[in-house]
Design a protein around this ligand. Sequence first.
Ligand code: F6P
Length: 419
Amino acid sequence: MHNKVKRNVIVGQSGGPTAAINSSLAGVFRTAKDRGYNKIYGMLHGVQGLMEGRYIDLSEHIRTGLDAELLKRTPSAYLGSCRYKLPGIYEDKEVYEKIFKILEELEIDCFIYIGGNDSMDTIKKLSDYAIVMGSNIRFVGCPKTIDNDLALTDHTPGYGSAAKYIGTSVKEIIRDGWSLETSHGQIMIVEIMGRNAGWLTGASALSKGEDCDGPDAIYLPELDFDIKAFVDKCREMLKKKASIVVAVSEGIHTADGTYISEMGNTTEYVDAFGHKQLTGTARYLCDLLSKEIGCKTRAIELSTLQRAASHCASRVDILEAYEVGGAAMKAADEGDSGKMVVIKRLSDDPYQAGTEVKDVHKIANDERLVPRNWITADGTYVTNEFITYVRPLIQGDVSPIMVDGIPRHLYVPGYQDLL
Ligand code: F6P
């Protein structure tokens, strides 16, 4: 298909980081090398940094097999990330001219973007523009998001590791609650990321097993949140148990669409894609329960910890992220453009999955939510089907490479100055 001499590749990371996003970067790098590309560039802070001419030669960073292994175990986006929304392809020609000029100067054949639904909007627009301009550069998306809300893929790299951390942490929180002497009872509210999708919050149910009952209630953002019913339920639960743990999504909202997080705080921040920063849900609910019931409360916002916890990463997730990175590179090398790699599950037990490529136009800006029949009828828990779906994704460990008792990450001297 493309018989001419292979030139260069550029890869970027975009959106919220995960514990597996750098494993995909390692997979893109390895496959690009194996397929005979010359230079493999990494754009710093995604397409936003690229427009400022900011990129590195990845071969200077991933020099040995050990570097690649460290990269797979390094959380956050190694290349730096961005939340930048490209204008429509006919809205601001200058932006596209600037990007394509840099790509031509760098002699790029393949552009790989590791990101979520907003980042796939970038792949969609750049591949559309390439068609309009008759450019041969291929643009392929590599899925990533802890939110697990990308369309057409069984799940997204990054989700399994975050789910494992959440299941583990919620179990430890429940256990902590057992130890306390609380005459008035205690309610702990654990706030979990995921924006409008409850995949991560539902993963709190993974804590349930022979040695743990799991959270007492789980509230996903797929359903409207009834504040009064919530307070009543908490009051009832406290009559039976001294320590109650409730998992709530950061995105729970009342029937009129108001996020609970907006009720208690004054955070005004909205990102380039118009997403409000969701934070403070647990704090608001704890204050409310304390006022209404008079019990002790604790608000636990898992926040950054749930997406940065590479010490608790899932082996399935890290290996899949690597493979998906390789599959994105392979697709671009074989001539695909305007596509994203998806994971297709073949079986739950034993867990087996493979990859395919799908049209990014059917994925960008969409949100895949937890199906209603995977949430219990009363809306306060997830079903066994949900657990069967998520459990294979959290299996196995990736031992951190420990130095002085702390996990080692990939670090190249002078690297921080580049970001
Ligand atoms: O998109 C992934 C995500 O982790 C969401 O779950 C969360 O709402 C958002 O990113 C938070 O992003 P930031 O750290 O930029 O506030």
